[in-house]
Design a binder for this molecule. Structure first.
Ligand code: GLN
Ligand code: ZN
Length: 772
């Protein structure tokens, strides 16, 4: 075999890069534009500068081929909707009047029109805007954004590869437009969509693209033969085109499974595959199809969605195995670096030794480049990097932070009975009823009350040392007093303290737990201009001291009604953090559960009779492949029960989840064995109550009667009607009355009215029930 050194050299690339900039310049420019303080030209200039800065960062680090088109003002799926011309009817006028304002109208809605629905991008914490399609959808190509950004990168003298959401994933992520029957399958539009992609590809070719990447992550989920057939047709339809760039199809976040043979046979020139967590499955599948002769393989060996330093030797071994399996092997991240913060070097509060274990976008880029060099020139060429990497991995493995003997001893002695309440629900409910003496249809809230400007100011004042801790805590106590007084006056039955002390329901706990790191600049895009700083669960987890007890007991000291203790559950703590990759997730969950169990015990000992452990993320962390779900639900529900099962029978355990579709995990919800669950239901008109009933859910439930996502205040009559519907599914002894979720994003005026109406509705329906 004679290959020139040129073609044998492995190229380094990434699938995408964080968009916001080190100082979150993009967020500031966009929000400034929304407020009318930044002109469209200034916004475009900021965006262009950021793109160029990021491409230069990549090129300077040694990346051979930079991605383009992955940048976005809001979301790359929305950009795709614009690219294929699938503008929903209600937004067409706005888009025609002004493309940029129309774009933001689709993303955020206006006074007159609702935005596109937003949902999670696979199992990440990034949210995309759901395309709305119907049988009448007419696609039309608009390659402007893709072409412009490609030209910008080429103008810098860089080799660039446009990245597009692939046609199959685009359709699989879409939903029927309003007014279209729910049975409509967007995939039936494939034949209409392909010519539009063909046009965009031709435009990109004309603009100088040698390669174009089509992202098809939907193919790592379980797919029907029809869906795989669509993938095959899409590749064939685009593959036969003559005027097009070479096509690289990317599947990431899980194993490709049955989609791999389809893609391997397809008339495309390259495949990008995730060789991180599912490396073994993808390697086997690749070997089974006889590799990718004649194709380019872009090997995602650097995890694009965790924050840990790569094991370079292990990645080199994987790359070595791949060498014989494709025409050429290039090195990449597994997915876009959108899901990680920009630069670990910006963290000055993390111990230098621990910082060396961390790898954010810039560090991951360097890893990809090092690996490409090692693959091309041999390990000697990267010997110093390998030695440093080995030392970092060794320091992580040997650190007391990752190996706390006390934590390990405790987790290893957990028994099944630790994760079981001492009495069955039937006995618990009698004991709880005796202790709490609640009316039928008891009223409560989900936990948080409005996060007022005063509270945010107080936190900013504390950070800037304008007030001391004592001053800050005084302001929090003032807030708690108001929240408790309001609830007493309004007549709620089970009160909350309002969570005024919490910046965030995960970070607040992470800051107090040993083994968790918080970052100063580790911002990651959640959606649009909303960025979050997920904590990093870096070591063995324990709780040095109580985290919430004084706030709950302070609130309880102000009232004779029960005040709920309020905790974030173990699964949600993990789901909204970066989790360690050096031990199985169930082990981390168990450590977290035991730390939270201590808090539950302390709350109970302090006299708290009702304790709520929130698990809003239980469903969203469900594995992408059905085959992996049972194992996940097993450890997830065990972690919840381990957190909550140490209490007396007469201590009432609540949980809360906020999503409307949970049909597929209703058994797991039952398995939590919580005494009471509150759920989102207002927008689905009590559908969840019927689903619970259909499953025979045996305990108490509060399907939400107030949609907290909207500023709208439901009337007492309307709320009562929802309760009557709820009673059709859940008997009065087991039906609770509460909003859909916490009130922290709402203002006080609407909160006040909505809760007053809610209590009035509960009283009305209570009377009806007693009368009948
Ligand atoms: N207790 C939390 C709150 O009320 C729950 C939030 C959530 O479910 N996301 O804000
Ligand atoms: Zn919620």
């Amino acid at each position: 075999m004679s290959v020139t050194t040129e073609s044998a050299a492995a190229r380094a690339t990434v699938h995408g890069y964080p968009r916001q900039g080190q100082q979150r310049e993009l967020k500031k420019a966009i929000e400034g534009y929304w407020k009318g303080r930044v002109t469209p030209d200034a916004l475009n200039a900021t965006a262009g500068d950021l793109r160029r800065t990021h491409w230069r960062q990549l090129a300077d680090a040694g990346v051979h081929e930079v991605p383009t088109g992955d940048f976005s003002y809001y979301d790359h799926v929305l950009d795709t909707t614009v690219m294929v011309g699938a503008i929903p009817g209600r937004h067409r006028a706005a888009v025609a009047a002004d493309a940029l304002d129309g774009y933001f109208a689709m993303a955020r809605g206006t006074q007159e029109v609702a935005p596109l629905e937003m949902t999670k991008w696979f199992d990440t914490n990034y949210h995309y805007l759901v395309p709305e399609l119907g049988p009448d959808t007419v696609f039309a190509a608009d390659s402007t954004k893709q072409v412009t950004e490609l030209k910008e990168a080429l103008a810098l003298g860089l080799s660039a590869r446009p990245v597009l959401v692939g046609p199959v994933t685009y359709l699989l992520l879409a939903k029927p437009a309003p007014g279209v029957t729910a049975g409509f399958d967007p995939l039936t539009l494939l034949d209409r969509l392909l010519p539009v992609y063909a046009e965009v590809l031709a435009d990109l070719r004309a603009a100088g693209a040698e390669w174009v990447q089509l992202d098809e992550p939907a193919l790592v989920q379980d797919r029907t033969p029809a869906e795989l057939g669509a993938a095959e047709r899409a590749c064939r339809g685009l593959g036969v085109l003559t005027d097009r760039p070479k096509l690289l199809v990317a599947g990431y976040f899980d194993r490709l499974g049955d989609a791999l043979p389809v893609l391997a046979k397809a008339p495309i020139e390259g495949l990008a595959i995730d060789f991180t967590e599912t490396a073994a499955a993808n390697l086997d599948a690749l070997a089974a199809v006889g590799g990718l002769p004649g194709k380019r393989l872009v090997a995602g060996v650097v995890n694009g969605r965790n924050v840990w330093v790569n094991d370079l030797e292990k990645s080199l071994a994987t790359l070595g195995t791949l060498l014989g399996l494709a025409d050429r092997v290039d090195v990449s991240t597994s997915c876009s670096l959108l899901h990680v913060p920009l630069d670990a070097a910006a963290e000055h509060d993390i111990e230098p030794q621990i910082l060396r274990w961390l790898s954010f976008a810039r560090q991951k880029t360097a890893e990809v480049v090092t690996l490409a060099r090692g693959l091309t020139h041999g390990t000697e060429a990267i010997a110093p990097s390998l030695a440093a990497n080995r030392a970092d991995l060794a320091s992580r493995a040997a650190s007391p932070l990752t190996h706390d003997a006390a934590v390990r001893a405790r987790t290893s002695t957990v028994t099944d009975s630790d994760a079981r309440r001492s009495k069955p629900y039937a006995e618990r409910t009698t004991a709880q009823q005796a202790r709490l003496a609640l009316p039928l249809l008891p009223t409560t809230t989900v936990g948080s009350f409005p996060q007022t400007t005063e509270l945010r100011t107080a936190r900013a004042d504390l950070r800037a040392a304008r007030i001391d801790t004592a001053g800050y805590e005084e302001r929090v106590r003032n807030e708690i007093r108001e929240v408790v007084a309001f609830q007493e006056k309004t007549g709620l039955d089970v009160l909350v303290h309002g969570e005024a002390e919490r910046n965030d329901m995960v970070q607040y706990f992470a800051e107090q737990l040993t083994g968790c790191l918080v970052t100063q600049h580790g911002w990651v895009q959640s959606y649009g201009t909303r960025y979050v700083r997920p904590p990093i669960l870096a070591g063995d987890i324990s709780r040095p001291e109580p985290m919430t007890v004084r706030w709950t007991t302070y609130a309880q000291s102000l009232t004779s009604r029960p005040v709920k203790g309020m905790l974030t559950g173990p699964v949600t703590m993990l789901a909204w953090s970066f989790v360690r990759d050096d031990q199985p997730l169930p082990d981390t969950a168990r450590q977290m559960a035991l730390a939270l169990r201590d808090e539950v015990a302390d709350l109970e000992a302090a006299g708290t009779s009702v304790i709520q452990v929130d698990e809003p993320a239980l469903r969203e962390t469900l594995p992408l492949r059905a085959a992996d779900r049972a194992a996940y639900l097993e450890w997830a529900t065990e972690a919840f029960r381990l957190t909550t099962s140490g209490v007396r029978p007469d201590t009432q355990i609540h949980t809360h989840m906020c999503y409307a579709e949970f049909g597929d995990i209703v058994e797991a919800i039952d398995d939590l064995d919580a005494d009471v669950i509150s759920l989102e239901a207002a927008r689905s008109h009590m559908q969840v109550a019927r689903e619970l009933a259909a499953h025979g859910y045996p305990r108490e439930a509060g399907p939400g009667v107030y949609d907290i996502h909207s500023p709208r205040v439901p009337s007492a009559a309307e709320t009562a009607e929802l309760l009557r519907t709820g009673l059709g599914a859940i008997p009065p002894e087991r039906l609770w009355v509460n909003p859909d979720c916490g009130l922290k994003t709402r203002g006080w005026p609407e909160t006040r009215s909505a809760l007053e109406n809610m209590v009035a509705a509960a009283r009305t329906v209570r009377r009806e029930v007693s009368a009948s």
